[in-house]
Ligand binder design. Structure first.
Ligand code: CA
Length: 229
């Protein structure tokens, strides 16, 4: 989904219509507050942002900086009438992926969108996804069905290990070696304790449990379907 941040209703409708005709789904925000609201709630569903700089409540660059501070790594193309070099530089320095000045040709905008999406796809992923679970490797924050989950250091390392090996049974010894990284008393129940902390954080009412105990073998993370055994 593309987020279009544009306060000029006529321009917004023209761009949104054009993008939808090309098969993109588009959501429009008419000011900075609405844009920040959309990314806070639907950040994970967004592929790209088109950002006008002259917004009624706040400068678009401020919005862009706060997204980058929040480690929102989406491609952002600035869309503005300001064509001075200094404002392009400021935009790119604030974390913009690209810059298109109005008036622009729609074909050029489409080409820049395609290029930005291609680059984003090729970028080393900073996120692991298993079912409705996401882990941001930069901010070390997890989301389950878009609910934010705060993780302590070991919980995060444990979850990363499970998410890098979904569906695989990991033994206590494997987990100890990978997460605690030194020889731990194999009789210790530290793994079980942390798995239970993690499980409590991942499990949400109405959602399928993800972290399963495999008796006598260890634990495994499934992507949402119930185990058949
Ligand atoms: Ca504007």
């Amino acid at each position: 989904m593309i987020l279009l941040v544009e306060d000029d209703a006529r321009i917004a409708s023209f761009i949104a219509k054009g993008l939808r005709a090309e098969g993109y789904s588009v959501t429009v925000a008419a000011d900075a507050a609405a844009a920040l609201g959309v990314t806070a709630v639907h950040g994970g569903d967004l592929d790209l942002v088109l950002l006008d700089l002259g917004l009624p409540d706040r400068d678009g660059l401020t919005v862009l900086r706060s997204w980058r501070d929040q480690r929102l790594t989406l491609p952002v193309i600035i869309l503005t009438a300001r064509d001075e070099v200094s404002s392009k530089v400021a935009g790119l320095d604030a974390g913009a992926t690209d810059y298109v000045t109005k008036p622009f040709s729609f074909d050029e905008l489409l080409a820049r969108i395609r290029a930005a999406l291609r680059t984003a796809d090729q970028a080393v992923s900073t996120e692991l996804v298993v079912g409705d679970l996401r882990l941001d490797l930069l901010s070390k924050v997890a989301w389950r069905a878009d609910q934010r989950i705060e993780l302590a250091h070991r919980e995060w390392a444990l979850l990363e290990l499970f998410m890098r090996n979904p569906h695989h049974v990991l033994s206590r010894t494997q987990i100890l070696n990978r997460v605690w990284e030194y020889d731990f008393d194999p009789g210790s129940n530290v793994v079980d304790v942390y798995v239970s902390y993690l499980r409590r954080k991942l499990n949400r009412p109405g959602l399928v449990p993800l972290l399963h105990t495999v008796r006598g073998a260890g634990y495994r993370l499934l992507s949402g379907e119930l185990p058949t055994t």
